[in-house]
Write a protein of this length. Structure first.
Length: 134
């Protein structure tokens, strides 16, 4: 029988995969505008958008970040996490500060951080990493 932690992990993974598929579909619906940019330019676009996102969780830069993230995934590339280490630490602190009590009913606890999908994806990813590192 699966433990509560195993079930919660499975729910987070399923939610994350669903959100990533939505992000990819939205990017394709917008015409895959970053398909022809170089890897270096794509990574730079994602880093710039993510750094802005870490400060301001809404705006046009969120779509830019989501599109760059989708294109990176289509190419089989990882996000350039090292370039945004400081921002990730700030976001991790916000996750810990806001905690489960801030989640709306029926939503994963870490999903309360911001109303857009990439924020939720980032928060779930960071929360899962932190839990595994403990």
């Amino acid at each position: 029988m699966a433990s509560d932690d195993d079930r919660a992990d499975a729910e987070v993974k399923a939610f994350l995969q669903n959100e990533l598929m939505k992000e990819a579909k939205d990017y394709l619906d917008r015409g895959r505008r970053l398909e022809k940019v170089s890897r270096a330019e794509l990574e730079a676009k994602w880093v710039a958008a993510f750094k802005l996102f870490a400060k301001q969780h809404v705006g046009d830069h969120v779509t830019d970040m989501e599109d760059a993230h989708a294109e990176l995934r289509f190419r089989g590339l990882d996000i350039p996490e090292e370039a945004v280490k400081a921002e990730l630490e700030v976001m991790r602190a916000e996750i810990e500060r806001d905690g489960p009590a801030s989640a709306p009913p029926g939503r994963p606890a870490r999903a309360a951080f911001a109303p857009n999908r990439i924020a939720i994806i980032s928060m779930l990813h960071l929360a899962a990493r932190g839990r595994r590192a403990s």
